[in-house]
Design a protein. Structure first.
Lengths: 114, 112
């Protein structure tokens, strides 16, 4: 069975500082990994994905994520946070051995303070 | 740009009512999904469909049914709404299994 964990309910960071939102996963095959962002009263927006290839994946709005197979992690990062990055972030995984289903983490609320 | 639309942003229904939530996507995607989102629980898959008239149960299908008569449209049905079905419902679509899913704006359903 596939699973994903976001160990932090909330991450607080000052504007201009680097941010990291953590994600770890468990799959039996190869992982397909995704990050989404949700702004208030909106649906989820796709940020980036890892399917295969380079471990560092670049996505929308200056975000990037690093796939680490040995640590089964896919942490979301940004070098310099903006107040407008404040939102709810979801990590998701699909197991290559499974079907079409994505499993989402519980979400991490990012608060960027001026 | 992919567009996924949902029939209502906010809905209030009474216990026991039959509720229809509709989702439409405009990019000819094969796969469509219905999730519910609850605080602290993330998104949980209710049902998905990989083709017209085809459906598969997700993690929490109890109390729900779905219909996909046309490729672009995927409906979620609550046969007899209950208060524990109060939630945010999100529809999504994707082209292939390794592709990202595109989400609609969500329907916040309150059952009283």
């Amino acid at each position: 069975a596939q699973s994903v964990a976001q160990p932090e309910d909330q991450v607080n960071v000052a504007e201009g500082n680097p941010l990291t939102v953590k994600c770890t996963y468990s799959v039996s095959g190869n992982p397909y990994l995704f990050w989404y962002v949700q702004y208030p009263n909106r649906g989820l927006q796709f940020l980036l994905k890892y399917i295969t290839g380079d471990n560092l994946v670049k996505g929308s709005y200056g975000f990037e994520a690093e796939f680490n197979k040995s640590q089964t992690s896919f942490h979301l990062k940004k070098p310099s946070a903006l107040v407008s990055d404040s939102a709810l972030y979801f990590c998701a995984v699909r197991d290559s051995n499974a079907g079409n289903m994505l499993t989402f983490g519980g979400g991490t609320r990012l608060m960027v303070k001026p | 740009d992919v567009k996924v639309t949902q029939s209502s942003r906010y809905l209030v229904k009474r216990t026991g009512e039959k509720v229809f939530l509709e989702c439409v996507q405009d990019m000819d995607h094969e796969n469509m999904f219905w999730y519910r989102q609850d605080p602290g629980l993330g998104l949980r898959l209710i049902y998905f469909s990989y083709d017209v008239k085809m459906k598969e149960k997700g993690d929490i299908p109890e109390g729900y049914s779905v219909s996909r008569e046309k490729k672009e449209r995927f409906s979620l049905i609550l046969e007899s709404a209950s208060t524990n079905q109060t939630s945010m419902y999100l529809c999504a679509s994707s082209l292939y299994r390794v592709h990202e899913q595109y989400f609609g704006p969500g329907t916040r359903l309150t059952v009283t």
